[in-house]
Design a protein around this ligand. Structure first.
Ligand SMILES: NC(=O)c1ccc[n+]([C@@H]2O[C@H](COP(=O)([O-])OP(=O)(O)OC[C@H]3O[C@@H](n4cnc5c(N)ncnc54)[C@H](OP(=O)(O)O)[C@@H]3O)[C@@H](O)[C@H]2O)c1
Length: 257
């Protein structure tokens, strides 16, 4: 049976992605920091779907975690052919107030772990091809967002990396997709922040994590490159991709003054 590794699969969008895979009978390897949340996710999924779920507690912002995850997969002897790099966070602070250690953690969790895990698991994915990589970016990664500049920069790099990887891995039958959601109401802090910063637009663009997970896996298995769930978010993503970055940055700057 095929196995999928979901880095950041215990809660939120990651859990919904894991659930959408379990529905399609993929066994799961879930990684996150909180042990209790992982066990709860494992019990919920194994009770509902005919799948096996293994869990690993580890912090993806630490460089050594990549090797730990790689060795864990090898020791389990699971045939991984789907890798989902979901873990990440926007946090509430931004440059220049955000302390430099928190900036580093944000970059390592959102970007470095995505690149490192993809790199170290490529041999396994090649052996078990046809395989899939799903990297989680964000609508924020399509533009320089002045109030989320570190997060938007990290996600923009995730998008860019995913585009390159897609063509690099094409001959190896590994398909690469990038999920770029607008607001997803995974926790109260995101609901509050979305309503405060985006008002009407945020309310109408926001989606529930269950739907986002399902659309992400549908898009992944159809080998879509960019997956933006929701009609309004998709429309905004097209506009953001057409407009020059300089213009968007100036527009946000002018609104904030
Ligand atoms: N929610 C949104 O509005 C939204 C919009 C666009 C993009 N995204 C992106 O979607 C992804 C998931 O967001 P979410 O809202 O679903 O987040 P979430 O509810 O906080 O879930 C994040 C998942 O990743 C794990 N995780 C976080 N940091 C980790 C670390 N350092 N090491 C290992 N595991 C870690 C969490 O478990 P532990 O806390 O136990 O580690 C959890 O399983 C992120 O990349 C985010 O940037 C979210």
């Amino acid at each position: 049976m095929s196995w999928a590794l979901v880095a950041g699969g215990s809660k939120g969008i990651g859990f919904s992605i894991a659930e959408a895979l379990a529905k399609r009978k993929y066994n799961l390897l879930l990684v996150a920091r909180n042990h209790d949340d992982l066990i709860l996710a494992k019990k919920t999924l194994e009770k509902t779907y005919p799948v096996e779920v293994e869990t690993l507690t580890c912090d993806l912002s630490l460089t050594e975690s990549t090797i730990k995850i790689h060795d864990w997969c090898n020791d389990k002897g699971c045939k991984v052919n789907i890798l989902c790099n979901v873990a990440g966070s926007g946090g509430s602070g931004d440059f220049p107030e955000l302390p430099v250690n928190e900036v580093s953690t944000m970059l390592r969790t959102n970007l470095e772990s995505t690149i490192a895990l993809s790199t170290i698991l490529i041999p396994q994915l090649k052996t078990n091809a046809p395989s899939y990589i799903l990297n989680v970016g964000s609508l924020a990664g399509f533009a320089p967002i002045l109030i989320k500049s570190v997060y938007a920069s990290a996600k923009s790099a995730v998008h860019s990396f995913s585009y390159s990887l897609r063509y690099i891995l094409k001959p190896d039958k590994i398909s690469v997709s990038c999920l770029c959601p607008g607001p997803v109401f995974t926790k109260p802090s995101i609901v509050n922040e979305t309503m405060k910063q985006m008002g009407w637009l945020g309310k109408h663009m926001a989606l529930e994590p269950g739907l986002v997970g399902e659309l992400a896996i549908r898009g992944l298995l159809r080998r879509k490159m960019i997956i933006v769930p929701g009609k309004l978010a998709r429309l905004i993503s097209y506009i953001l991709r057409i407009l020059p970055d300089q213009f968007i940055a100036y527009l946000i700057y002018s609104f904030r003054k």
